[in-house]
Design a protein around this ligand. Sequence first.
Ligand code: ADP
Length: 309
Amino acid sequence: MKQRLLSIGECMVELTDLTLMSQNKGFSLNKGFAGDTFNMAFYARLALPQDWAVDYYTALGTDALSAEMRDFMAHHNIGTSYILEREGSLPGLYLVHVHEGERSFSYWRSQSAARQLASEPAHLKQALDDASVVIFSGITVAILPPQDRAPFLAAVREVKNSGREVVFDPNIRLRLWDDLDQARVLLTQAAQCATLIMPSFEDEALCFGDSNPAQTIARYRALGLDHIVVKQGAEGITLLRAGETHFLPASPVAHVVDTTSAGDSFNGTYLARLLAGDDPLTAARFAADVASFVIGQKGAIVAHPLKPF
Ligand code: ADP
C-alpha cells in the first residue's frame, strides 16, 4: 500500500491587496490559498518521492470558493478525499496588506468551516487510520470548539501509540486562545501526542518564557519527546535527536522578500527528507536551503526549483 502523509488543519483564502503596491487608482486583489498545515503539506509534497501520497484534512463548505480551494490542492497533487463538507459554511479568509514593503494581516476565520474538522470522530479516525504519518499544529487545535479538543488530541495520540510518526508545530497564535494559561495547557497536551515537535523559539519564548532554545528543548524533552527542532529565524535551528543536540545555521538569503511560510517550508521539507531516508542533519540542511529560497519570493506557496533527488 502507498505510504500516506496526512496534514490536518485550516487552509484559508488569501487575498493580497495590490492597490497600494501597484499605485492603482482602483482596487485590486490577488486570490490564493494558504494556511500553516496546508503549506507544510505543499512543501512536503515537493520533496517527497512519488511513492508517497499527501492528503489534506479539513472541513470546507459546498460554495464556489471551497470548490476552488479543493481544485487548487488537487492541482498540486494533494489529496482532498478526506475533506469534510459542511453545507452553509465557508472557508476562512485573510487579507494581506502591503504598505511600503511591510506586510500586515486581517483575518476572517471565526466562523470558518475548518472549525468543524473534528465534528465527525468516525471520519477523522478513518483518515488517521489510513495515514502513515500525521501533521498538525497549534492552530489546528486552537480553532476547534472547546468540546472537540480533547477527543481530537486523543485520536491523534492513538496514531503515536500505534508507533507511527506525528509531527506537531505549536505555531503559537495567542489571539486564537482565550488566554495564556489555556494556550500553555493545550499546547503542552498537544506536544505529548507528537513524536517530532518543530517549535519557533520566538513563539515559545513569548508563551512559555523560555530564555534560550536549550530551555525549549529541555521543556519538551521533559515531556518525553526525543526529536525536537527549534527554529530560530535568520539564525538557524537547534536540533535534538538521539540524545544529541546540534546547531545548524540558516542558509544565506540574498534579499529577504517575504518571510511568510519560512517555518512551514522548513517543516514540510525536513519531514519529507527524513521520510525519504535522509539523516536529520542532511534533511535540515536541505530544508534550510528551501526555506531561504521561499523567503526570497512573495507569498506562502512558492514552487521552488530545488530537487532533493
Ligand atoms: P517560523 O516561520 O516557524 O517562525 P523561522 O522564522 O524560525 O520559522 O524560520 C524557519 C527557517 O527558515 C529558519 O530555520 C531558517 O532556515 C529559515 N529562515 C527564516 N528567516 C530567515 C532569514 N531571514 N534568513 C535566512 N533564513 C531564514
